[in-house]
Design a protein around this ligand. Sequence first.
Ligand code: SF4
Length: 231
Amino acid sequence: MNPEAVILPLSALNHQLYCERRAYLIHAERVFVDNEHTLLGDLAHEAVDTPGYEHRAGWELLRALPLYSDTLGLSGKADLVEVRRAGAAGASQISNRKSQIHDRHAVVAARPVEYKKGPARRWANDRVQLCAQALCLEEMFGLRIDSGLIFHAASALRTEVVFDAALRALTLSTLDALRSTLARPAAPPAVLKPQCDGCSLRPVCLPEAGGRHKAGLFEPRDLSADFKSPI
Ligand code: SF4
């Protein structure tokens, strides 16, 4: 990564793929508006927003784990990361828990888990955000991560997401597009689309007016035809 490049939050990839105007408004102009979807999302995250760990079915569950990638210039937090450690068959074998959490060499397998309030969505943004988390974990722990999980609070179902070549390529191209979006001198124009229905920024974005008001009201035009000559 260019050392001058700004470190971006993982969530911005999600916003970029959902709508580049949304990404620009939130991350360049610092506009944010809550709606029922964002508030329900906050509630769904309550159980995993407090850092901590536990053991379940042979996996160690790390909640609210900070993530970073120097290579990609990304940072953020994973709702949950499930890890297996070399030679760790149970809690009794682990003597110093705090140092274990940060001991990257002890981790032999990991998979990120993201909590979402609703059912699986048709957009790829949630899968790209999860894949970016995996890329961070691969760099942090020095291992390959093949899949992760999205937990849908509405249905209590977990969807497996495979980090195949196509999803990895989409994640990296989304990161490039995000950097281009945020380098723009002004927000991309509003374009009314299906994503607007669930977007919390709709009241301030006004996608219904996208393009029309500027062309109709502010475009310079020849006014001479509007006036009759006095002679
Ligand atoms: S309302 Fe539509 S165009 Fe505006 S930021 Fe949201 S998704 Fe993008």
